[in-house]
Design a protein around this ligand. Structure first.
Ligand code: NAP
Length: 247
């Protein structure tokens, strides 16, 4: 069975490692090419967009793909939509990994926003010390609120970072440790954390650190993805894929 894994996440690398152990399974990992030094497991891979639904459909057909496993990030909604349409056209199965969202606990100071624009607009007001840990997007929007200090953490340098008047950039890739997150937020006297509701263990530490320090969290809600057969656990997903290959 030939499985195309749509990746760009640690979860995808874990799934690939599970499937690659099985002789019956040939895995190809696909990355968008957003980071210059991606973590690549020891399996065949390809990097770069497919060229929309048409491109992905033809990739599936030309490479005799039997099944697509969508293990992209919860915010990669376009890729997931294209995968659903291309699999329907090529008449092959699609399975998706959907990590559980961050779960709030009593006492959490969370505010949810549907878009980065709405979140940034909510930052009008007195000066804050804000930890931007949501990724690279929206720096120009935050620059409209120059009264705040921004600690920006990202894997690569975000576009428009130079527009932020008071900022420190930390280039780093998770997973992050709870003790380190607490130390960083204390050292930087952070009072506001901005994060995507990515869910998953790799980025949970900052949410837990904010909880323990009583810091307000501004959360970007996930985009809605088109319906697909989904799994919340990677081992169950791998088991389903392997069982599917035997039928
Ligand atoms: P997106 O908006 O859903 O996708 C935009 C386009 O990028 C797609 O139409 C596709 O181009 C290409 N693409 C995306 N994922 C791909 C993959 N795994 N393999 C080949 N092409 C891919 O995606 P995004 O939010 O920019 O995310 C891009 C990648 O970064 C994803 O692989 C995702 O898992 C990873 N990532 C995203 C985030 C995030 O916050 N969005 C966070 C961590 C990791 P074509 O139409 O040309 O095929």
């Amino acid at each position: 069975m030939r499985v195309l894994v749509l990746g760009g996440t640690g979860d995808a690398n874990q799934l690939v490692a599970m499937l690659a152990q099985e002789r019956a399974c040939e895995v190809i990992l696909s990355l968008a090419g957003r980071t210059s030094q991606p973590r690549l497991p020891q399996v065949p891979h390809r990097i770069g967009g497919f060229g929309g639904v048409d491109g992905l459909t033809s990739y599936i057909q030309c490479n005799n793909i039997d099944l697509v496993a969508d293990v992209t990030h919860p915010f990669a909604a376009i890729m997931s939509g294209h995968a659903a349409e291309a699999c329907a056209r090529a008449r092959i199965d699609l399975v998706r990994f959907e990590r559980p969202e961050f779960a709030s606990a009593a006492g959490d100071k969370w505010r949810n926003f549907a878009s980065i624009e709405a979140l940034a607009a909510a930052l009008a007001g007195p000066p804050r010390r804000i930890f931007l840990s949501h990724g690279r997007e929206g720096m120009a929007l935050f620059a409209r609120h120059p009264q705040h200090y921004y600690l920006v953490r990202s894997i690569e340098v975000p576009p428009d970072i130079d527009k932020l008047e008071q900022a420190r950039l930390v280039l780093a890739r998770g997973p992050f440790d709870l003790a380190d997150e607490i130390a960083l937020m204390r050292e930087e006297r952070i009072d506001t954390l901005v994060s995507k509701n990515s869910g998953g263990a790799a980025t949970m530490a900052k949410i837990e650190a904010a909880r323990q320090l009583g810091i307000e969290v501004l959360l970007l809600a996930r985009p809605v993805k088109v319906a697909a057969r989904s799994f919340a656990a990677l081992d169950a997903m791998a088991a389903w894929i392997l069982a599917h290959g035997r039928t």
